[in-house]
Design a binder for this molecule. Structure first.
Ligand code: PEP
Ligand code: MN
Length: 338
């Protein structure tokens, strides 16, 4: 249930609603807006509550949220959420478009620094790089661990770019959060609820990737875990789903981008690297993602993709990344003028 306060409502009116809720064992989550305040009600809602709230001072409207996710629903928010990243306060959402780019995995100091410089030069705002890698085979390269996090932090110092990196285990959340500006939760862990609980308690943004067999509702319910644990700085990421096609690694679900904007107020990033698995398709799908309204892109870039320790086949060279950036820019510019 959500309570929409009228434009002229006072702080005391809001406090009275909060008290009414807490006396009944319910929680009120305030979402301050520029035009009106919205209070999301969580807990066991009883039939008379709607009427009780409707008659309170300063209340304009009381609506039932029929969706199983609440804080993650569009109704709960007073507009699109903007997430601020790192000390640089890079903004994403509500028309702020950003690109996260870097290697799939951190491999060496030279590799990370060279990639950070190159992607920054082409206009990327956030550096990506995995230090804890979820690999389908236990014999594949599984990342440099904390040494990799240190290399990412050095690259942040050198370039000023905030960093995003994956956390795989609940017990690693504090360690990864002590280095990262954004925590990435991977597709394989989208429904690792203990990990979501831990990441939800961190005062840093989280990027939640869609599981490869997850419906939008599953994905938004996982988002709800992060938000219910207190984290409102969540970025969603569409990274392709499993279909019967075998030529591509996954199938980019471009529907997801405008669909999530209908259902949810958080920014949505597209990951055409994992969504296609093959570098010649990355730029076309990056352009398409921008055209359907993605709030950002996350792209794998490597100084020498054929020697990458992970995901080389889907990694762009520095030159291909620069081309992708200018094509994306062109499409966004054209749309802005349309
Ligand atoms: C990654 O970003 O390198 C990654 C492993 O992504 P996903 O969780 O989407 O497979
Ligand atoms: Mn990867």
């Amino acid at each position: 249930m959500i309570v929409i306060m009228s434009a002229g409502s006072t702080r005391q009116d809001i406090e009275a609603v909060q008290t009414h809720l807490s006396q009944r064992g319910l929680q009120g989550h305030i979402n301050p807006g520029t035009e009106r305040n919205v209070i999301g009600v969580l807990g066991e809602i009883y039939p008379e509550l709607q009427n009780e709230l409707e008659f309170m001072q300063g209340v304009s409207e009381v609506l039932r949220v029929t969706k199983p996710y609440k804080l993650a629903s569009k109704e709960f928010a007073s507009g699109p959420t903007v997430v601020e990243i790192g000390e640089a306060k890079v903004r994403i959402g509500a028309g702020n478009f950003i690109v996260f780019a870097g290697p799939c995995a951190v491999e060496s100091e030279e590799q990370v620094l060279a990639t950070a410089d190159a992607v920054k030069e082409s206009g990327a705002q956030v550096l990506r790089g995995g230090a804890f890698k979820p690999r389908s085979s236990p014999y594949s390269f599984r990342g440099m661990g904390e040494d990799g996090l240190k290399l990412l932090a050095n690259a942040r110092d050198a370039t000023g770019m905030p960093i995003i990196t994956e956390v795989m285990a609940p017990g690693d959340v504090d360690l990864v959060a002590s280095y990262a500006d954004v925590l990435q939760i991977g597709a394989r862990n989208m429904q690792n609820f203990s990990l979501l609980d831990e990441a939800g308690a961190v005062p840093k943004p989280v990027m939640l990737k869609r599981g490869f067999a997850a419906t939008y509702e599953d994905w938004l319910l996982s988002t709800e875990y992060l938000m219910a644990a207190g984290n409102r700085q969540v970025i969603l990421c569409e990274r392709g789903i499993r279909t019967f096609e075998t030529f591509t690694r996954n199938t980019m679900d471009l529907n997801a981008i405008p669909a999530i904007h209908i259902l949810n107020h958080l920014p949505v990033v597209s990951d055409p690297s994992h969504g296609t698995g093959t570098w010649p398709l990355v730029t076309p799908l990056a352009v398409a993602s921008a055209a359907v309204g993605a709030d950002g892109l996350i792209i794998e870039v490597h100084p020498n993709p054929s020697e990458a320790k992970s995901d080389g086949a889907q990694s762009l060279t520095f030159k291909n990344f620069a081309t992708m950036m200018s094509q994306v820019e062109a499409v966004r510019g054209a749309l802005a003028e349309a």
